[in-house]
Design a protein around this ligand. Sequence first.
Ligand code: URA
Length: 247
Amino acid sequence: MVATRKSQRLDKVLVHMGVGTRKEIRKLTKAGRIKVNGSAVNDPSVHVMPETDDITVDGITIEYREHIYLMMNKPQGVISATEDRNEEVVTDLLEQEHRVFEPFPVGRLDKDTEGLLLLTSDGKLSHQLLSPKKHVPKTYYAEVDGVVTEEDALAFKNGVTLDDGYVTMPGELTILSSGPRSEVELTIYEGKYHQVKRMFEAVGKKVVFLKRIAMGPLTLDPDLEPGEYRELTPEELALLKGENNGN
Ligand code: URA
């Protein structure tokens, strides 16, 4: 993805970075508390190069970023949305310093599903990851009521017919343990509504616990407890963007 190389108004950059409102920025500039490349600037409308100029507030450098990329371990009971009238949403779990970027979830996990959820303000990357043409793999750990068998794995490999008649693309089922309550991992390359639950329904079984553990090149950080999140590392971000370049 091409970085922003254009100049922007100083106050716009500082509002974007969550330093304050335009009015507050004006006050800070008038008080000489904002410097660009070492010189105090008293006009908040001056143009700066946000990616290369050294912008400081009270001597602290503001590291400019156009977008934010967060990996969350979504907890159960929270909706994959930015707002909801009645329910808690995933963006409610974010700190203000991340909220200022106005990130949104890339796709959805059901309210009762937990695990890897990417949140970003980068609409282009989100669009690419969700494009049905890209077939981005998503891997889930599931606990299933009923004995999951190799026949189920074969059925998923061949594609199963969902309740609305849709035949799924091949999915890869790994049986971790098989018994009255089985444990499995399933990788799918599409994202129909309630897809994993409906695939198991298609073979007469019920998912009782569902957690996403991987999406594209990202795997859920085991140090993140449900409800916790962190920024992607530069390596993770490069992988994510690299996989989507030019395809
Ligand atoms: N499949 C489901 O059934 N639910 C999810 O949340 C994700 C995939």
